[in-house]
Write a protein that binds this ligand. Sequence first.
Ligand SMILES: [Mg+2]
Length: 137
Amino acid sequence: MTSADPLGQGRGGEIAGIVAGDRFAKLRETMIAFRDAREWRQFHDPKNLAEGLSLEVAELLEIFLWKTTEESRLMVADPATIAKVREEVADCFLYCVLVADAFGIDLIDAGHEKIEINGRKYPADKSRGRREKYDAL
Ligand SMILES: [Mg+2]
């Protein structure tokens, strides 16, 4: 794995013979078509989209409400929990796609850029095994 390939997906972001960028572009197009077929764009202003994203994150958090840290670690092997988390992370992701689209942001580029920024804030040699914020390293 290199800094140009932070997820270790191989050359060109290819995963199992499918170019990741093409998969994202198809997902984005499908989401936009879903929205437009329902004439929901009129409701998808930046404020509403950000609120929707926040609510979906809350639904993800609700899965772990009142669980201990140890219980939450065990939940990763529970099929029912996996199904719930899968649904909520998909909701969060789709809202991120819509928020990015509203601002003309390339979400994949923004994600790569943010990983690079975080890499500068949290150099591995200073942050390995530590949980302090970057300004306290
Ligand atoms: Mg949801």
